[in-house]
Design a protein around this ligand. Structure first.
Ligand code: PCD
Ligand SMILES: [Cu+]
Length: 807
């Protein structure tokens, strides 16, 4: 009897494992069984291995390169230098930021670790041995690692190739080491607001240079099939289609003859957005030799030469009335871009979306100017879990708020609440030109403060300060607050592009006759779990269980064109494309169902996994039945098959937000810290998979912890990288990582088809200021205003020392 009972509506919904379900990650079976397929797992017959000779100097002329000893080593096939690439016009390559970058040293080197020669050998070890045997004669030149010194009149000219060029793609260059000045907002109005304000706080906020450091380093395997003229490139690419187009433009090989595959990727975090010399060299080497060529960098190469992030010196001024109403905000950034401007930003925005720097606050006027500067450091400027300089902006405003609170003698939580954009102001137009889609900051803030018992914490903190002053304790208590607004989902093609390619994204769906499906997207997961979550979006749209839907990404021969995964854009853009393609499937399915049920289209309504005749619930066709009919029944006026594709150009970006509180104990004598509590409330609109969101938040917070508390790419004055190994570059383990409490509110995006916003980057954007503000807050009672990150043990100790707390 029971077996005959049809499932209830709830049971049918549950079976879909659609939106809102904490579905287990389908990709993990493969990973936990050691069956992942990463670039380094790819082994092709006859494959050669490449390795770089890299510069030990930060700035030097390359007088000569002698490869004879290397070439004499058994198993060495070739040694490529800039001279070999020059006839192909590949000794330099364009960067994502409209600059150009040497592929191999052309006459000089500009940073330590720069690629000088590419050694090709029968195996990886021979290649490494041979690289040691290449004799390079260098003549050292003066080194500049400080962007302010780089702009002094007598500073050495770094980019001689640009000599005499007083403008670049982003406008005027006012000095030979200057790249651009980019501005937004109203300068005069802002100056006016600040100079006439009752209270002004001014501070230099430095967000240090760091590095995404994914577990898997960058690499590629290029294979030129000379017989049929087809080039296949496997690589750690966050944007495989863009790599295909660029490879075609640079090599002259027609695009249909290039196949780019991003296999499993062991973490991207922005590190794998850019194009690196290793990719170019492996491709050229394969074209020249006709054999597959693999290049995989090691950890030190990864830290030294690929993709730094941040390095922004942000000089800020914020003004307010005596009772704490913000009246203006100004910021001047000196941005250290290293030797080449290879920032991964949309063309129009050389400082990314830094002008989201007014944050969560209703600030009437603002102005920002960003000076890009060349120094003898590695190029990059990648997002590192933050869509295009948003983390710098969030750190800046969240520090400025704290400094203003000190200036006003006001509680920092109250100051924030007083200035939040109010719920009814959305869509909100910011002073720097953004349209925030939706938000409810006060609700999130109140929830957060209540969850941590904010007032109780402040009382405890005050008691602690007293006890410290009485000599009863050596530990201080810091309460780190942050309310951040993110901007993710680039987006609008009219505003955003990479190398001229507009930033839409795509999804193509094929429903199979038995009612299962494959969907392919222009994005590529690097650990985010797209195979799990995109199937969930579709399940809710088309009424087939997520378990019956395969998601495939990363192979340009099969996936529709897309701009890739970074800047938390997959959910806002490709996720929207997925929903829209699903709706096209449903529209056709409705016509088929109408035919099968012999009713008019309009007499049907969608119900979870079926079309039902209105008013006659016993008459329906399930999606499975419809799929079968689509292929096996002649339906007048309807083509066979059930497929759809959607290219989605988002009308706007999405603006996720969050409220974080970090409670930290600091030992004044040792400089050590202990995180007692970390509360993270995220609002990413409609939640697809709460479990994955929680994982994303944990991961992003841990990267934020790393950055705030110790991680850094540091240089000495002659340009040596001091943190080029995991001995010196802080990567937190379970030991350093605290417990996180996650929470949420849900304010859907009004323009996204399912209301979802991105979330992957939010915890980093909000996390860094929360950790840093906790350190600052612990010392507030003793007069600390601003101290630079990372807050490692030594720097915290030094802060205590400089404040006279060591007696
Ligand atoms: N509402 C919502 C949202 C979202 N989600 C989910 O979550 C994730 C994420 O998302 P998103 O936010 O959209 O993002 P995407 O695009 O996907 O991704 C990207 C990001 O992601 C993150 N995360 C991660 N994880 C992992 N594991 N790994 C990795 O690598 C990574 N990375 C990082 C980064 S850094 Mo950049 O690149 O810097 O710009 S950006 C980034 C996915 O899965 C999705 O689906 C859900 O569920 N819901
Ligand atoms: Cu960023």
């Amino acid at each position: 009897m029971n077996d005959m009972t049809p499932p209830t509506r709830e049971e049918r919904v549950e079976k879909l494992k659609g939106l809102g379900c904490s579905r287990k990650r389908v990709e993990d079976v493969r990973f936990t069984h050691g069956k992942g397929n990463y670039v380094d797992d790819i082994k092709l017959p006859g494959m050669l291995h490449g390795d770089f000779v890299r510069s030990p100097y930060a700035h030097a002329r390359v007088k000569s390169i002698d490869a004879s000893a290397a070439l004499a080593l058994k198993g060495v096939v070739a040694v490529l230098t800039a001279k070999d690439l020059e006839p192909l016009n590949l000794h330099w390559m364009p960067t994502l930021a409209g600059d150009k970058q040497m592929v191999l040293a052309d006459g000089k080197v500009l940073f330590q670790g720069q690629e000088v020669a590419f050694v090709l050998a029968e195996d990886r070890y021979i290649a490494a041995d041979a690289a040691e045997l290449v004799e390079v004669e260098y003549e050292e030149l003066p080194v500049v690692t400080d962007p302010f010194k780089a702009l002094e009149p007598d500073a050495v000219e770094l980019r001689e190739d640009l000599h005499g060029q007083d403008s670049g793609v982003h406008g005027k260059r006012r000095h030979h080491n200057h790249i651009f000045l980019w501005e937004a907002g109203h300068k005069e109005a802002t100056e006016q607001a600040i100079s006439s304000a009752e209270v002004v706080a001014e501070e230099m906020v430095y967000y240090h240079r760091t590095h995404p450091c994914p577990l898997e380093t960058c690499g590629s395997v290029a294979s030129m099939d000379k017989v049929n003229g087809k080039l296949t490139v496997y690589g750690t690419f966050q944007a495989p289609h863009v790599v295909r187009t660029v490879a075609s433009l640079l090599s002259g090989i027609e695009e249909h003859n290039i196949r780019v595959v991003s296999p499993d990727i062991g973490g991207g975090f922005g590190n794998k957005v850019g194009v690196y010399p290793g990719y170019v060299c492996s491709i050229v080497a394969s074209i020249v030799t006709g054999r597959p060529v693999k290049w995989v960098e090691d950890r030190m190469e990864n830290l030294m030469a690929t993709a730094f992030a941040r390095d922004y010196w942000m000089k800020g001024r914020i003004s307010a009335t005596k009772d704490g109403r913000i009246t203006g905000l100004s910021c001047h950034v000196t941005a250290d871009h290293g030797a080449f401007d290879a920032c991964a930003d949309p063309t129009k925005f050389p400082a990314g979306f830094f002008h989201i720097m007014t944050g969560s606050y209703d600030i009437p006027v603002a102005h920002v100017g960003v000076d890009g500067v060349y120094t003898n450091k590695a190029p990059g400027g990648v997002a590192y879990r933050c869509s295009f300089r948003v983390t710098e902006a969030a750190y800046f405003i969240e520090r400025m708020i704290e400094v203003l609170a000190i200036e006003l003698g006001m509680d920092a939580a109250e100051l924030r609440a007083k200035n939040f954009i109010r719920k009814e102001q959305f869509p909100y137009h910011s002073a720097l030109g953004w349209e925030y889609d939706s938000g409810d900051y006060h609700t999130a803030w109140e929830k957060a403060l209540k969850a941590v018992d904010y007032e109780g914490l402040r009382r405890e903190q005050a008691e602690r300060v007293e006890a410290f002053r009485r000599g009863e304790t050596r530990k201080l208590l810091g309460i780190g607050l942050t309310h951040f607004t993110e901007i993710v989902g680039a987006g609008p093609v009219k505003n955003c592009d990479i190398l001229g390619m507009g930033m839409f994204d795509s999804c193509e769906i094929r429903i199979h006759p038995t009612g299962s499906a494959i969907a392919r997207l222009g994005t590529i997961s690097q650990g985010q779990g797209h195979a799990t979550t995109f199937a969930q979006i579709l399940a809710s749209e088309i009424g087939l269980s997520a378990d019956s839907i395969t998601i495939e990404e990363g192979d340009t021969d099969t996936a529709p064109y897309g701009l890739g995964t970074y800047g938390s854009r997959s959910t806002p853009v490709a996720g929207a494309a997925t929903a829209m393609a699903g709706r096209k499937i449903r529209a056709k399915a409705q016509m088929i169902a109408a035919y099968l049920l012999e009713v008019h289209d309009g007499d049907l309504e969608w119900d979870v996994d079926r079309f039902v005749v209105k008013g006659a619930p016993e008459r329906f066709k399930t999606m499975k039945e419809i799929a079968y009919a689509a292929y096996n029944q002649a339906i007048p006026g309807v083509e066979p098959g059930l497929e759809a594709v959607s290219y989605y150009d988002p009308p706007n970006m999405t603006y996720p937000f969050g409220a974080y509180v970090c409670v930290m104990e600091i030992d004044v004598d040792t400089g050590t810290h202990e995180i007692r509590q970390f509360y993270a409330l995220d609002d990413c609109g409609t939640r697809i998979n709460p479990m994955i969101i929680e994982g994303q938040v944990h991961g992003g917070l841990t990267e934020a912890l790393a950055i705030a508390m110790g991680q850094e790419i540091a240089y000495d004055e002659i340009g040596n990288v001091k943190t080029g190994t995991l001995m010196d570059f802080f990567l937190p383990t379970a030991w350093e990582t605290p417990n996180y409490t996650t929470d949420f509110t849900e304010t859907p995006s009004p323009h996204h088809p399912i209301g979802a916003k991105g979330v992957g980057e939010s915890p980093n954007v909000g996390g860094v200021p929360a950790f840093s503000n906790a350190v600052h807050d612990a010392f507030r009672a003793f007069g600390l205003r601003q101290v630079h990150m990372p807050h490692d043990q030594w720097r915290i100790w030094k802060t205590a020392h400089d404040l006279g707390l060591h007696g």
